[in-house]
Design a binder for this molecule. Structure first.
Ligand code: KG4
Ligand code: ZN
Length: 343
């Protein structure tokens, strides 16, 4: 029975979690605490790195204590301490990794630096026990990628965005329309009841052979529509959001289809190939529905993380640490420095 404490501080959530693999082999989340800094950043319409770092310093110890209390365990009962070491905002990464290093040193436990993206990538193994290989669609505020996941540490990027990340497109669209931060959930809410056919927004790269994504043209089109109509009525906002979301889902389906075909060619004997969708944007209902339809069409199974594990959390970091520990693939933690960029 392995137990790992995970720490996540790469962006605007301060999170700690305890994850274990039970004697019967089943993963279990014993505690997962996520403290969002939304209120601290809302007035600025986005994450302010300096405020984020300060908030992590103030909150992290309490969040770790709360996670251990919830799990009914002490630091001594952990096998390792895993912390996000990148990619992300440097201030937060330093806070999380330094705290983890101090705890590891004081308790004599192993320190495992974890790549935030690996955390998202391995989440379906924590929640569904999904076997390798599978295809991952990672859609968050900073990343839009399709990754072929063959095993722990065996990741191959098949596609990425050539400009904005999808979450970024949602956030910028929200800002243009005067919707509050964070943009994604508010755009989704505003889209409900809106007319998705009122605006003919572009479907960037649609039909092209390359598997990549592009979203900046979509944002530009939203800006144009919004400025032509200004001042916007609630109905205008709702119609723009619905039209934007429709363009996003159609674009995603077209782009992702390329990689599903490639996966199928690479693994012809996989009778139930899986597409995993992870990252904050995976919480979007319209996107999930579009991917579900695409997967049914292509003979894939869609595996989506439960809502509370789509956004940033420490359970995924603890889990990635646990998988690394079990596989014996651990970075040299002693000299490991935080990496703001870590593909
Ligand atoms: O994975 P995440 O929590 O943090 C990063 O690692 O970036 O993703 C945050 C992103 C933000 O851009 C947010 O607007 C977006 O996920 N998001 C959504 C929804 N919920 C969160 N986008 C669309 N629809 C949603 N329901
Ligand atoms: Zn994330």
């Amino acid at each position: 029975m392995t137990r790992v404490l995970g720490i996540e501080t790469s962006c605007d959530e301060t999170a700690a979690a305890v994850v274990t693999r039970n004697a019967d082999g089943r993963p279990q989340i014993l505690a997962s605490i996520v403290l969002s800094q939304i209120e601290e950043h809302a007035a600025f319409g986005g994450v302010v790195p300096e405020i984020a770092a300060r908030a992590h310093v103030e909150a992290l110890d309490g969040v770790i204590e709360a996670a251990l209390r919830k799990a009914g365990l002490t630091l001594k009962e952990m096998d390792a301490i895993a912390a996000t070491a990148g990619p992300g905002l440097i201030g937060g990464l330093i806070v999380g990794l330094t705290t983890a290093r101090a705890i590891a040193a004081a308790t004599g436990k192993a320190l495992i630096p974890v790549n935030h993206l690996e955390g998202h990538a391995l989440t379906p193994r924590l929640t569904d026990g999904l076997p390798f290989p599978y295809l991952l669609l990672l859609v968050s505020g900073g990343h839009t990628q399709i990754v072929h996941v063959a095993g722990i540490g065996h990741y191959q990027r098949w596609a990425s965005t050539i400009d904005d990340a999808l979450g970024e497109a949602f956030d910028k669209t929200a800002k243009l329309l005067g919707l509050p931060y964070p943009g994604g959930p508010n755009v989704e809410k505003a889209a409900q009841g809106g007319d998705p056919r009122r605006f003919a927004f572009p479907r960037p790269l649609r039909g092209e052979a390359r598997p990549d994504f592009s979203f900046s043209g979509l944002k530009t089109a939203v800006r144009r529509a919004a400025s032509e109509l200004a001042p916007l009525s609630p109905k205008d906002v709702s119609d723009i959001c619905a039209s934007f979301q429709k363009a996003v889902t159609e674009t995603l389906a077209d782009r992702v289809a390329r990689s599903l075909e490639r996966f199928r060619t690479l693994h012809p004997s996989d009778s139930e190939p899986a597409l995993v969708v992870a990252g904050g944007v995976a919480a979007n209902g319209a996107i999930r529905a579009a991917l579900e339809e695409l997967c049914t069409d292509k003979g894939f199974r869609l595996v989506a993380a439960p809502l509370e594990l789509c956004g940033d959390n420490a359970a995924m970091i603890a889990w990635a640490g646990l998988e690394r520990l079990e596989a014996g693939i651990v970075e040299d933690a002693a000299s490991f420095a935080p990496r703001p960029r870590w593909p």
